[in-house]
Design a binder for this molecule. Sequence first.
Ligand SMILES: O=c1[nH]c(=O)c2[nH]c(=O)[nH]c2[nH]1
Length: 298
Amino acid sequence: MAEVNGRYGKTKVRVVRVRKTPPKSAGAGPWHELMEVEVETLLEGSFLEAYTHGDNGRIVPTDTVKNTTYVIAKKSNFDSIEDFGLALMRHFLSRHSHIDRVTVTLTEKLWNRLTVSGKPHEHVFSATGPEKRVATCVGSRSGPYSVTSGIEDLKLMKTTQSGFEGYIVDEYTTLPPAKDRIFCTKVDAKWTYGAPLPEGQFHLLHDKIRDSMMEVFAGPPEGGEYSPSVQETMYKMGLRAMEVCPSVQSVKLVLPNIHHFPFDIGRFGLTNQQEILYPTDDPSGLIECEVTRARARL
Ligand SMILES: O=c1[nH]c(=O)c2[nH]c(=O)[nH]c2[nH]1
């Protein structure tokens, strides 16, 4: 005997939504808002006879999943990818009683409103990147809905106030201790909200959490703050995110350490105080951390 489990849906559904609202001032044109998002929706439920017997009677076609993504984009007046994902998830759970669980994963490519002659333009935007906003919304019939939000591909570099010393030295160690080095990384941060979900607030919270983590990475504007390792800095970033947003239950960070080696200009009679460097993409350090809120004692 064999057991079967399966889920299916549509991936890489690309949606651009232009939200059109009335002019902000007399004589101005309508005010547009732009969102570009790639959506993946996966369904689980009582349709396994499609796998075992070729019976498609309980299959919502993946083509319909794609079309529904565009319809919900039009019908639901969402402010954030999280609210879009929740609307899509709720649609499938309420429409089809045999669907038990829906997972919607959204990746937003960011656009900035263009400033022209010092004024924000009503309907012209410039692409930013490679930073992306991401979210995964999971809804099951039996349990609470869950939302994990995050940032991917945000490249950061700190040109001082970082070092790495005091590590294990053995016969294979060549790394010199550093009191001053470059700290360059590409932030992948994911945080999970607890119940009740902050629906309608995700956009604001994203900015608040992102800012709080950037503040920790950077330190104060004058003088910054010394980072003794990627490990310590990312732990503090996770802690701060939970501090500024009480509904965040855990934060997971994955930070590569993108190495920048000082180029040896000493050979030419010049000194190099972390001024002339060569970056290497491969290999990089890869450092992960998950910080979870301690449960209150009963
Ligand atoms: O912040 C760092 N953490 C490490 O674990 C490590 N290892 C290494 O070679 N350089 C660094 N830097």
